[in-house]
Design a protein around this ligand. Structure first.
Ligand code: ADP
Length: 619
């Protein structure tokens, strides 16, 4: 207890010494209503923001008259004494009157406690200020007019079906003042409207009535401080209950109502009122005379809407005036995700461009591939013609032989006929031989023509053994001419591949002739070439083996390159053509040395019916 006393005296003493030093200016804001009234909270924020931004060290005190809850002569006396005593040691340099009641209080009582301190009024109604004219010269401020008529007229534009205006007011003294004002306003509004006042009713009755309204109604309310049942409210909370219960859209005059469920209204901003008062205070503290200030006539009013309510009541979005302040607007997809959407679109465009580019590129490549294929097959054809040239001697031999035999048989027949021997059996035998030799010669020519003709590539199921047999005659003749022993080893049963017959023959021919070249310088025992076809590891395998010198290690990697040749008169296209043809059938070709002396060339082709064969066919 003792300590507490010392503390109290100590503080009082400190206060006295601060008052003497007067390091700061002092502003006292006297609010008419309760500390937590949303309008006060907003106004207070505005005034403090502007005063603190002045750069001066100004102390702002706030007092609340708590009207309309507390009133009466005794209360006024008590507050007056309280303020005088509280601020005796540190009197304010400027007083701000927040609201009609605060200005009224100061007009009546200022002389008794701070007679010469200028007053700035804030949030005071225009009609109230007018009624108190002329105000003393040291009482200045910008009054406010709540645009009831403007709000109601805007509501009627947005709800063209509305023919009924329901106005809700309360029972306290300030509520009754508002009711009077609103009755005047309603009387001046458009004749199409019937107006119903729910004035001074208990909240339960108000909510019940609001819940029965049809879509021909709009509601307007400034809220109330007290309802007909004596229940005390902050007007905003009263409006919240009404908006929740109402089956018709609710409008109001105060920007503090935005967010509680009302659609909106033409509203001045309480924060702006605070800022305006703050700026007047700053000018007075800087030494300006109140009468010298040039102030606006009224606080500006702006249309405010709650976007969610606009949607809820189906208000035409295009019917919004351009200067409306929209609250709680949910951004459209475009607004919310503009960057993401733009990035997405850019990516899609880029991808499409890329895809388009790739398609064009693909078509070009395909065209180029087709051209290359065409050239390859033309080259292959030219190479076959060249080989035929190389084989002329063997071919001539193959044709000459049956022709020679035919000639001898014809001579023999002539002799027989000349000698008068008419052995018909003998003649029949000779004719049979001639026929057989003729067939043999024409078969050689037929095969040659097939091999050398320029043909369209045609993939069919063919037996590799048959291809070997087709080539056997000509290869044997060539081998014989070169004194090479040629072993052709077909395997039974058939080794079937899906391929072009002529191309397979050309592969066999190229590999076999190369093998014969490889043994051309060899001694007799190594002048051997073996050609075989078999099924191996699920593939059709052609093997061409010789007993020559084999392939030099460093030549192996470039053996199949075009124009690689180690031969004096070679042009180096044979193996490159072989590889092209093998790969066109979906197969692969490779070479290795051995086993033992010489080289072995392997060709693996997919067996007919396998998926690889189909791939080769489609490629
Ligand atoms: P060319 O026969 O015109 O030289 P090829 O493409 O047919 O062209 O052959 C290229 C080279 O591969 C030959 O010059 C040779 O060096 C080598 N070659 C091909 N077959 C054999 C083989 N059976 N043994 C050793 N080397 C070979």
């Amino acid at each position: 207890m003792f300590c507490a006393c010392i503390l109290l005296f100590g503080l009082a003493d400190a206060g006295m010494s601060r008052a003497r030093a007067r390091p700061s200016k002092h502003v006292l804001v006297l609010y008419e209503n309760n500390r937590l009234l949303p309008a006060n909270v907003q106004g207070d924020r505005g005034i403090n923001e502007v005063i603190s931004s002045s750069g001066e060290s100004t102390v702002v005190s706030a007092e609340f008259l708590d009207a309309p809850r507390f009133n009466g002569e005794t209360y006024v006396q008590t507050v007056q004494t309280f303020l005088r005593e509280k601020y005796r040691a540190d009197p304010p340099d400027v007083i701000v009157a927040g609201g009609n009641g605060a200005l009224e209080f100061l007009l009546n009582n200022r002389a008794d406690f701070f007679p010469s301190v200028p007053v700035v009024h804030m949030g005071v109604d225009g009609w109230f200020a007018k009624a108190r004219q002329p105000l003393p010269a040291d009482i200045v401020g910008v009054p406010v007019e709540y645009d009831f008529a403007g709000t109601i007229e805007q509501a009627l534009k947005w709800h063209p079906n509305a023919t009924r205006l329901v106005v809700v007011t309360g029972a306290s003294a300030p509520d009754l003042e508002l009711e009077t004002l609103l009755r005047t306003t309603a009387g001046q509004i458009d004749g199409r409207l019937t107006t119903e006042f729910l004035a001074g009713l208990p909240t339960s009755a108000v909510l019940k009535r609001l819940g029965e309204l049809d879509d021909d109604a709009v509601v307007f309310t400034p809220g109330y401080f007290e309802d007909g049942a004596g229940r005390v409210f902050v007007p905003r909370e009263a409006a919240r209950e009404m908006a929740a219960a109402s089956t018709a859209p609710v409008y109001g005059p105060y920007n503090t109502f935005i967010g509680v469920g009302i659609v909106g209204g033409a509203m001045p901003s309480f924060e702006a009122m605070g800022r305006e008062a703050g700026s007047i205070v700053n000018r007075l503290l800087a030494g300006a005379a109140p009468a010298s200030l040039r102030l606006p006539q009224l606080m500006p009013t702006t249309l405010n809407v709650d976007w969610r309510q606009v949607r809820r009541w189906g208000i035409d979005e295009d019917a919004m005036p351009p200067d409306v302040i929209v609250h709680f607007r949910t951004p459209s997809f475009w607004e919310a995700y503009r960057m993401e959407a733009l990035t997405g679109i850019a990516i899609v465009l880029l991808q499409s461009g890329l895809l388009g580019g790739l398609l064009v590129e693909r078509r070009r490549r395909r065209g180029a591939e087709l051209a290359v294929d065409k050239h390859r097959f033309e080259l292959a054809h030219a190479s076959r013609l060249a080989i035929a040239g190389e084989l002329t001697a063997s071919i001539a031999h193959e044709i000459n032989q049956p022709l020679g035999a035919i000639l001898s048989n014809v001579s023999a027949a002539e002799l027989m006929l000349g000698s008068g021997t008419n052995d018909l059996n003998e003649v029949r035998q000779i004719l049979g031989d001639i026929h057989r030799d003729n067939l043999r010669a024409s078969e050689v020519i037929r095969r040659l023509r097939t091999l050398l003709a320029k043909h369209e590539v045609e993939r069919r199921v063919i037996d590799l053994n048959e291809s070997l047999a087709d080539m056997a005659t000509i290869l044997r003749a060539e081998a014989q001419r070169r004194r090479v022993s040629l072993a052709i080893r077909p395997e039974l049963p058939a080794v079937e591949v899906l391929a072009d017959r002529i191309q397979i023959q050309q592969i066999l021919l190229n590999l076999a002739l190369n093998a014969m070249d490889a043994v051309s310088e060899m001694a007799d025992e190594r002048r051997t070439v073996m050609v075989s076809a078999e099924q191996r590891s699920g593939m059709a395998a052609i093997t061409v083996r010789d007993y020559g010198d084999g392939i030099a290690e460093e030549h192996l990697p470039k053996l199949f390159d075009s124009f690689f040749s180690t031969k004096r008169t070679g042009i180096g296209l044979g193996l490159s053509i072989v590889r092209t043809l093998v790969e066109a059938q979906g197969g692969k070709v490779w070479a290795e040395n051995g086993p033992g002396d010489g080289a072995t060339f392997h060709v693996d082709l997919p067996l007919a019916g396998s998926s690889a064969a189909l791939r080769g066919a489609s490629g």
